[in-house]
Ligand binder design. Sequence first.
Ligand code: KG4
Ligand code: ZN
Length: 332
Amino acid sequence: MNILAIESSCDETAASVLIDGRTVLSNVISSQIDVHKQFGGVVPEIASRKHLEAICTVVEQALEEANMSFEDIDLVGATRGPGLIGALLVGLSYGKGLAYSLAKPFVGVNHMQGHICANYISYVDLEPPFVSLVVSGGHTYLIHVKDYIDYEIIGRTRDDAAGEAFDKVARTIGLGYPGGPKIDALAKKGKDNIDFPRVFLEEDSYDFSFSGLKTAVLNYINSQKQKGLDIVVEDVATSFQTAVLDVLVTKSIKLTNELHLDKIVLSGGVAANDGLRERLEREGEVDGISIYYPPKILCTDNAAMIGSAAYYQYEKYGEDDLNIKANPNLGL
Ligand code: KG4
Ligand code: ZN
């Protein structure tokens, strides 16, 4: 089955052509980061307009790189949520219109399921069940993936998402947007010598909370400034990142052991974090747990992952009605 997939939930306009759920023929991503950078974050209205400008070219390029034409496509998939409503509507409306004009089936895809499916592209033999740690700019989930389209959320953030905490701390120490990759790079050079809080919540909880940590970093910066003391940004980055990873890694391994599983599958933008990958691999090995993560280009937003999710969703549930709506708060 030839799948054309479209992603436009935030600040990347992306299109991809895949064969079934795992073979990617093209993966075109047009990023708006340079436009939003000057505002320190994504401006929703600008994002929608930029998607509109880019969508036709991005889809045509995806087809061209795959050496296909519209007539070769058997299934169209597009992200329907969660994300920015105006941004989602561009890709979703384009996808539905295209499917209608080609008289081909359409599926509206959950962006977070897409992030998990990025791993099926990267590991051809990977199969559920496993534990997935989904860490993006808007969400933090610990999920028991029972089957391709059968998920149970065991833990979620109660306030800030992990990526959001990276971005906010980066802004506080003057690193700009998006902050995750910049903190990741600085954290390799600093020392873990500032005592930031690790919030584990209740003994049996797999939920997360990162807003207290973010405030602690802010307070530390302000108090250093007030006292006229130096701020070593590398040490702030290392200490902050270590505090985030302590919680993410401990809870992921604990859950995997509790469920008697042996795989942790990382996904979402923060899965690109080198520190997180290394820590999970090192600590997972002790308990015989294997760690999976996509290459960085498939960790952050892309349409190949949406195509993979579209395939498994279509296999299980068939096509969606073309009246299907975008849902900015779509849950898993
Ligand atoms: O999944 P994604 O591309 O978009 C959403 O669906 O939210 O994730 C973007 C997030 C941003 O918060 C960004 O700072 C973070 O992923 N990120 C990272 C790294 N690369 C991207 N966070 C930590 N370390 C990284 N290397
Ligand atoms: Zn995403």
